[in-house]
Design a binder for this molecule. Structure first.
Ligand code: HEM
Length: 495
């Protein structure tokens, strides 16, 4: 009898403890925006089950909870911002408060604990690395890029000639162009289409993107990092292969590098900066070899698939809208004729520029960008946002907000035109985000997209294969970077 009572009491205490823990685990901190009730441990992670993109799921949820709401992922609270005013407040007015990055197990592993730029916390070291990347990128987003592209276009022509009017997936040729631009900028050389290193890079970065986009259990349940996981092992293996290729290039440079010559590429620029930093009195070792590896990895990862995806959205939109393709060709013919376009032509080609902006709105390749984190207690709108809350910026919702865009579901370059010029600063249009963590590669990406797209349209007419009437500009990747569904195009030479 005595034993039975003690067991019952013990059980009752355990149940009370469990219920108390559950209550505190799912209780939203006071003053935070509303949102769905989370489950213990998993939080609201199950909202991502199904085929919709997270950005679309968030937009649907904003119908119920309003433009700012809270969700919980494992132990972490996150606020989701779904309109321009809230994003402006968080990223511009309070640019410092929300400039942190989440602390995520796999990302820490991939970045040697945030020694890169994109996932680093906003420290003076991060600021220094951003500045270095800026200098390099500024150098390349100029006539240097035109020279680089002139070197790459013969390789592209070979691929097009090979396909000669037959249906093919343009991803191959776009990847070749974009990866070679970044490879030339970082390593000072470019690849042939069949170079196994190029193939490996593309494959690895696709796989890594997919795994990171879906997240791993250890990102949501910290204890899971101690469990065996084939998914985690796969990322670790891929990451090691990726860094091996990257570091081979760095070692090769170290053999040939002459510190007294001006830097010829990003590796040399970083090696110069490392030498200068070491020579500075009281230097804090802000540019170690690991930092160099991580900065290169960042530029390579952040600068390739984003641009490739935008160009693939571009070709798809131009095949879905042949009139737009015709108008761009006409404008290019009238303004620059047969010569390749140069960056200084941009102001003279408003229709082409407006089309590129519409492609970036319509495709929104980074629908929820890179997650931010509150580095101190703050507020957004009328709500409290405690330190360490994650902040999701729903750029896709901004780009489809009917308050700012008439019929946002329609592809219409005209919305970016003001009589004969391009509207430069439209609200609710932030493909590169804004504020302290704004994309470092914005100038380079815009320059690349302009030069590559205008070269493609000058030289080739893109059409759907005979008999195909499907819409091509549709999202094919439910998570992470927003690629179109794979499609086949027929590219006919105009000459
Ligand atoms: C169409 C092409 C591109 C798009 C749409 C894009 C978009 C973005 C977005 C949305 C962010 C997150 C900003 C934030 O956290 O608020 C970002 C960050 C970043 N991007 Fe890009 N990007 C593109 C191309 C590039 C290129 C070409 C490079 C470099 C070669 C690059 C390098 C970076 C880096 C290093 C960051 C991290 C910045 C930081 O955390 O301080 N991106 N980009």
């Amino acid at each position: 009898m005595f034993d039975c009572t003690s067991t019952m009491s013990l059980l009752a205490v355990l149940v009370i403890l469990l219920l108390t823990w559950m209550y505190f685990n799912i209780r939203r901190p006071l003053g935070m925006p509303p949102g769905p009730t989370p489950y213990p441990i998993l939080g609201n992670a199950l909202i991502f089950m199904g085929k919709k993109q997270p950005a679309e799921i968030f937009k649907d949820m904003s119908q119920e909870y309003g433009p700012i709401f809270t969700v919980k992922f494992g132990p972490v609270w996150a606020v989701v911002l779904n309109n321009y005013e809230l994003v402006q407040e968080a990223l511009l007015t309070k640019f410092n408060d929300f400039s942190g990055r989440p602390d995520q197990y796999m990302i820490n592993w991939f970045t040697d604990n945030g020694k890169d730029i994109a996932f680093a916390q906003p420290t003076p070291t991060w600021k220094f690395h951003r500045k270095l990347a800026h200098v390099a990128i500024k150098k390349y987003a100029t006539s240097e890029l035109e020279t680089l592209l002139a070197d790459i276009t013969p390789k592209l022509r070979d691929v097009f000639a090979d396909k000669a009017g037959t249906p093919f997936d343009p991803k191959e040729v776009i990847t070749l162009a974009v990866y070679n631009i970044i490879a030339s900028m970082c390593f000072g050389h470019n690849y042939q289409l069949n170079d196994p290193r190029l193939k490996k890079f593309v494959q690895i970065s696709e796989d890594i993107n997919e795994v990171f986009a879906n997240g791993t259990l250890s990102d949501f349940v910290p204890a899971a990092r101690f469990l065996p996981s084939p998914q985690v092992n796969k990322i670790k293996k891929l990451t090691n292969e990726f860094f091996d290729i990257l570091m081979k290039d760095v070692s090769q440079h170290l053999k040939e590098y002459s510190p007294d010559e001006p830097a010829k590429d990003m590796i040399e620029l970083l090696l110069h900066a490392q030498r200068d930093e070491k020579e500075t009195e009281g230097s804090e070792n802000k540019l170690t070899d690991v930092h160099i590896k991580q900065i290169l990895s960042d530029l390579f990862s952040a600068g390739t698939d984003t641009t490739t995806s935008t160009l693939l959205w571009g070709i798809a939109c131009l095949m879905d809208n042949p009139d737009v393709q015709k108008k761009i060709k006409k404008e290019l013919d009238e303004v620059i004729g047969d010569r390749p376009s140069s960056l200084s032509d941009r102001g003279k080609l408003p229709y082409t520029e407006a089309t590129i902006m519409e492609i970036m709105r319509y495709g929104t390749v980074a629908p929820i960008g890179v997650t931010h984190r509150a580095i101190k207690d703050s507020t957004i709108g009328n709500f409290e946002v405690p330190e360490n809350t994650w902040v999701f910026i729903n750029s896709w919702a901004l780009h489809n907000d009917p308050e700012y865009w008439d019929s946002p579901e329609k592809f219409s370059p005209e919305r970016f035109l003001d009589s004969d010029s391009v509207k430069q600063r439209l609200p609710s249009f932030l493909p590169f985000s804004t504020g302290r963590r704004v994309c470092v590669g914005e100038a380079l990406a815009k320059a690349e997209i302009f030069l590559v797209l205008s070269w493609l349209i000058q030289n080739y007419k893109f059409e759907k294969p005979p008999g195909v009437t499907d819409i091509f500009a549709v999202s094919g990747n439910p998570q992470g970077l927003n690629f179109t569904k794979p499609y086949k195009a027929v590219a006919t030479s105009r000459y």
